[in-house]
Design a protein around this ligand. Structure first.
Ligand code: ZN
Length: 506
């Protein structure tokens, strides 16, 4: 390898070290940190974010990239370099350009403000007090507009932010996909509503936390989560965080009134963790930028595939339902496999996104997509958000949230500054069903393996095709390479129609 690339790897690894240390502190903040520690923690995170930024915006990195022919217009650099070196230069060039366009003072301010906003959100949601969170949200919107203006002043702010999570996505392209999707989902909902509703009452039987914890541990192991490279903890809002290449943390939440929420959030987060654990760049690029995910939409495709396509399938539970019933005890007593599979696939418009079924889920995402775009562009002001939320909820799902805690305060994302992140969830569903269709083509026995208790073929195919390349491939390239074509929402719509025709009998 050329010495310039070796030097870039050294500099990049230092930056990765700092961001993983930051992840340790953020993870602790959301899991075990006592509440009064928040102010100093915000300072700690702001300091490290500044350090990580300085490492990345280092002029030496710029000189090295240029010396290797990597420029904003030609990020992959010299054609004489090896393909993995060129992919590496592209990933690094993108990160370097973003870093050098952001003033250091803005970077630390974003870290400090989002840490404080998250703490304020936790309290505001618990107290159902939107007014207490509103000033934080207003401040963050201003800061993220500034961030977008620094990154690409000529483009609309929302497009610039979308691009951070899904390279290449624009508001217009997503709006087009979502318009068609919404029509298909509403039509399917209509068919489902014309059929007798599924009984899922037994899923609300109380189940003690100790039993749910045992179920979650079993679920992680069954999917193949290496417990020596990660762990499970408890938070209000489940998430996955990468603290190191061999340290992936996931969280879940236990509701005493039923086991479904912790079980499916654990399957979901395990899907995210398997992705992170499966990224394996060539040895020379380990623990660099190539060890990162391709995009958040691809990340969500992994969690949604395990949670829904596998975790809510009849084949998977054919193999595992006996074990689950043993672990659940009285909560599933007298419930047969068929009733269980129907219950975990019950479709019903509901208020909370993370509890939503597969059919209504994307409608929750479309609601947030439209509102955050309005907030960023200034078409909607923060004071008007609760009312706008209620109006969209009525329009898309026909529901009226009784309060803001189950309305616009339900998600932590905006408090973290994740404006432009929500569409990744819908894209994840679309990618996942396209990958699943491809897997069934090339591995005709994949569903049979699941029914025999072996998720190995699914995991290995995903590891080879999707996980291993990390950020060496952009999401469009990855999907094209894995499935032979560009993203096509028809796979998701067909998957839903076929599955729910079976569940609801139409
Ligand atoms: Zn997720």
């Amino acid at each position: 390898m050329r010495p310039e690339i070796e030097r870039l790897v050294v500099l990049d690894r230092e930056q990765t070290l700092v961001s993983h240390i930051e992840s340790v502190l953020s993870w602790d903040m959301e899991t075990y940190m006592p509440p009064k520690a928040v102010e100093e923690r915000a300072e700690q995170l702001a300091f490290l974010e500044g350090l990580a930024h300085a490492k990345l915006a280092n002029p030496e990195m710029g000189r090295l990239l240029e010396g290797l022919g990597s420029t904003p217009a030609n990020p992959m650099g010299l054609e004489s370099l090896r393909p993995e070196e060129r992919s590496y230069l592209r990933a690094l060039r993108l990160a370097y350009d973003r870093a050098t366009r952001l003033p250091a003072e803005l970077v630390t301010e974003l870290a400090r403000s989002t840490a404080l906003a998250q703490a304020a959100w936790v309290e505001a949601r618990a107290a159902n007090d939107f007014a207490a969170f509103a000033p934080h949200l207003k401040g963050l919107i201003g800061l993220y507009r500034r961030k977008a203006a620094c990154l690409a002043p000529e483009r609309p702010a929302y497009d610039v932010l979308l691009d951070l999570y899904e390279p290449g996505a624009t508001e217009e392209s997503l709006a087009e996909v979502f318009r068609a999707l919404r029509k298909d989902l509403v039509a399917l909902l209509g068919k489902i509503a014309s059929r007798p509703q599924v009984d899922d009452s037994f899923l609300h039987r109380p189940c003690p936390e100790s039993r749910q914890a045992a179920i979650c541990a079993w679920a992680m192991e069954t999917l193949g989560f290496d417990q020596a490279r990660g762990r499970l903890d408890t938070t209000a809002h489940p998430f996955t965080s990468t603290l190191g290449t061999d340290d992936i943390r996931i969280t879940t939440h236990y509701h005493p009134e039923g086991l479904a929420s912790s079980l499916f959030s654990t399957l979901h987060e395990t899907g995210h963790a398997l992705y992170e654990l499966g990224i394996e760049p060539p040895a020379a690029f380990r623990r660099t930028r190539l060890s990162e995910a391709s995009s958040m939409g691809i990340h969500e495709s992994q969690s949604r595939l395990w949670e829904n396509i596998v975790g809510r399938s009849a084949a998977f539970w054919e193999a595992h339902y006996g074990k689950l019933r043993d672990l659940a005890g009285p909560a599933l007593e007298g419930v047969d496999l068929d009733s269980f599979v129907r219950a975990i696939n019950k479709v019903e418009p509901s208020l909370i996104r993370i509890e939503a079924d597969e059919v209504t889920y994307c409608l929750h995402v479309i609601l947030r997509f439209e509102l955050e775009s309005d907030l960023l562009s200034g078409r909607l002001d923060v004071e008007g958000l609760p009312a706008a939320w209620r109006a969209k909820m009525a329009e898309l799902l026909g529901l009226a949230p009784p309060d803001d805690a189950s309305g616009c305060l339900q998600d932590i994302h905006w408090a973290c500054g994740y404006f432009g992140y929500f569409p990744s969830y819908a894209l994840g569903n679309l990618y996942a069903s396209q990958l699943w269709d491809r897997m069934k083509e090339v591995l005709p026995n994949v569903e049979f393996s699941l029914s025999q208790g072996d998720p190995g073929p699914v995991r290995e195919w995903l590891r080879e095709r999707i996980h291993r390349p990390g950020s060496a491939l952009l999401p469009g390239e990855l999907v094209e390479k894995a499935t032979g074509k560009a993203l096509d929402p028809a796979h998701f719509v067909a998957y839903l129609n076929e599955k729910y025709a079976r569940i609801y009998g139409f």
